[in-house]
Design a binder for this molecule. Sequence first.
Ligand SMILES: Cc1cc2nc3c(=O)[nH]c(=O)nc-3n(C[C@H](O)[C@H](O)[C@H](O)COP(=O)(O)O)c2cc1C
Length: 195
Amino acid sequence: MVSKQKSAVVEFEISNLIRNRRSIRAFADRSVELEKLKSLFEATRWAPSSINEQPWIYLYATKEQPALWNTFFEVLNDGNKAWVREAPVLIFSIARKNFSRFNTPNAYALYDLGAANSLLALQAVDLGLQVRQMAGYDHQQARVKLNIPDEYELGVFMAVGYPGDVNQLPEELKKRELAPRERYLQQEFTINGTF
Ligand SMILES: Cc1cc2nc3c(=O)[nH]c(=O)nc-3n(C[C@H](O)[C@H](O)[C@H](O)COP(=O)(O)O)c2cc1C
């Protein structure tokens, strides 16, 4: 198998919001202001979506709501629990499976949810925050414990907060946090023509 080429350098000019976004694991012991939380969700309002369906729903819990925060926390995988402990805000993103206008399946519901989540993450950077998304959770438990109706597809959990000290992380995670962030070169995924 030919290995694809990667680099840890930004090769062409990009916006600072994109450049500075990263999925952190170490969060500061500082709560997120309600206004800022509202800005994150506001950013998702302006995301593009198939026929402007806006299929996303965000459930969230803050550290100031310990029982609720714990309900979110408890369904995460152990690997995520190891670092999420300090995150002041947990968000669970889900998407309506059917178009509300026609009640027919929306094949792009999760696609649209991902787009909205990306805007949320970029807005976070603009506010000095960072987001780490998580697919590592017990999907069945999440549906039950968070009361998610069948009409909704499960997306990702997100840990949100201000960046903290990486030294607070377990050694293995600290190493991963400090490792260079490599990305495929454009030549590996762009095609100026047919496939
Ligand atoms: C759909 C999705 C699921 C993810 N699940 C997890 C997860 O369960 N645990 C975790 O630590 N990171 C998770 N991540 C974060 C990725 O590992 C991270 O985005 C990737 O390593 C690139 O790093 P960066 O976001 O800092 O550029 C997930 C990201 C996405 C988009």
